[in-house]
Design a protein around this ligand. Structure first.
Ligand SMILES: Nc1nc2c(ncn2[C@@H]2O[C@H](COP(=O)(O)OP(=O)(O)OP(=O)(O)O)[C@@H](O)[C@H]2O)c(=O)[nH]1
Ligand SMILES: [Mg+2]
Ligand SMILES: [Zn+2]
Length: 162
């Protein structure tokens, strides 16, 4: 689903040392932030790529599965090949700051390139006539799950009353 939209996706395993080199190659001379739920293996990934960082990770034997965060604050490290990487604590929920309802679809690459085809230039792609986004969802060009995510996020953004 994400590859279709144009994102790079890597299938990796720290335990089996699979796909790690491909990720490492992407990191040089960039600033990268690692994000995801607690316990998905963010710090373990950084440790296997750059052992000199030596981050604390969860011990499997002491792993109760809930409410424990091994990484407790975000920390940025210089990478030997140049660039920086930021390890962050696991998160429960994402919120958006500073993105208006009108702007939201610009952050979905597969929507952004179709916006010019909507009949109204302030279309929110919900129930407007002549909406190119809804049309693309109906004929399968935009993934339905992505559209549902869009609608859910849109609902979570409060309309500013000026
Ligand atoms: N099977 C398997 N286990 C992994 C993998 N990567 C990490 N783990 C295990 O998952 C557990 C959690 O790893 P961490 O690296 O501490 O996870 P984290 O995402 O940094 O967690 P927080 O710091 O709490 O956000 C540890 O017991 C790791 O050994 C993997 O690729 N495969
Ligand atoms: Mg961690
Ligand atoms: Zn539209």
């Amino acid at each position: 689903m994400y590859e279709q939209i144009g994102y790079k996706v890597f299938l990796i395993s720290v335990k089996n040392n699979q796909g790690i080199d491909e990720v490492k190659k992407e990191l040089g001379n960039k600033i990268t932030l690692i994000s995801g739920h607690s316990g998905v293996g963010k710090s373990s990934l950084l440790n296997i790529i750059f052992p000199e960082i030596n981050l604390k990770t969860k011990d499997i034997s002491g792993w109760s599965g809930k409410g424990q965060h091994t990484t407790t604050f975000a920390e940025m490290f210089d990478l030997p090949p140049g660039g920086k990487i930021i390890d962050t604590p696991g998160m429960r929920e994402f919120g958006l700051v500073g993105i208006s309802r009108q702007e939201l679809s610009h952050y979905f690459p597969e929507m952004r390139k179709r916006l010019v085809n909507c009949q109204f230039n302030n279309c929110l792609h919900i129930n407007e006539p002549g909406c190119a986004i809804k049309e693309a969802v109906i004929n399968g060009e935009i993934n339905e799950d992505r559209y549902v995510s869009y609608v859910n996020i849109l609902d979570s953004i409060e309309e500013k009353s000026y």
